[in-house]
Design a protein around this ligand. Structure first.
Ligand code: GAR
Length: 220
């Protein structure tokens, strides 16, 4: 094991295809991170099976069972610290984290969102993109701040909207782009080539990002 590898926790609520993409990327030789822990707020999340198959530690924390959001976020924080987690990736985690939790993990908490932010924050992004008539849709990876899908953008991938697209077809193509984008962003953060500076406002792009590595990245 390479001791310099960052320990990543992935938070999920469902299918876990982005989790799978991160597992596959971190399994590659030389990747500067490992998925050390998967946490779900739903016991039936399919992503938990993916983690099990990959031999990754799993934890289910259900806010209702713990007595609400504050208790949930306290337990979450404790579990992440106990596991020595360096960075948290939200991957289809369908819950808004509170300002205290976000502040504690500022610069070490990232999310993938299925739109070209700042367009279409929130839910139903593909249907809304179709209704708005945009010709380019896509996905974004961003640092999480106290707002909803509003933190500093790290990387984006654009996906053309085709004339006969429906929301499902568009979602499938965006999802494939998500899988490429998330692992690339994670890699560059772990290599310290992307940082959050100035109390949350600025990204510091280094050589790799200047060459466009965080816009429409190629498969690794
Ligand atoms: C992904 O499209 C992700 O971007 C989106 O949920 C899906 C999860 O799929 N996340 C959000 O909408 C968060 N606001 P997955 O479980 O297969 O990775």
């Amino acid at each position: 094991m390479n001791p310099a590898r960052k320990r990543v926790a992935v938070l999920i609520s469902g299918r876990g295809s982005n989790l799978q993409a991160l597992i596959d990327a971190t399994d590659q030789k030389g990747f500067p991170a490992e998925v050390a822990l998967v946490i779900s707020d739903r016991p039936d999340a399919q992503g938990l099976q993916r983690a099990e198959r990959a031999g990754i530690a799993r934890l289910v924390l259900v806010p209702k069972e713990l007595g609400g959001r504050a208790a949930f976020e306290g337990a979450l924080d404790e579990a992440l610290r106990e596991a020595g987690i360096d960075l948290i990736c939200l991957a289809g985690f369908m819950r808004i984290l509170g300002a205290d939790f976000v502040a504690r993990w500022q610069g070490r908490l990232i999310n993938i969102h299925p739109s070209l932010l700042p367009a279409f924050p929130g839910l139903d992004t593909h249907q809304r993109a179709l209704e708005a008539g945009v010709k380019l849709h896509g996905c974004s990876v961003h640092f999480v701040d106290a707002g909803v899908d509003s933190g500093p953008i790290i990387g984006q991938a654009a996906v053309p909207v085709l004339p006969d697209d429906d929301a499902d077809g568009l979602a499938d193509r965006v999802l494939a782009a998500e899988h490429r984008l998330y692992s690339r962003c994670l890699e560059l953060i772990c290599l310290d080539q992307v940082q959050l500076l100035g109390g949350g406002a600025k990204l510091a792009p280094a050589a790799a990002t200047k060459s466009g590595a965080l816009a429409n990245p190629e498969p690794r």
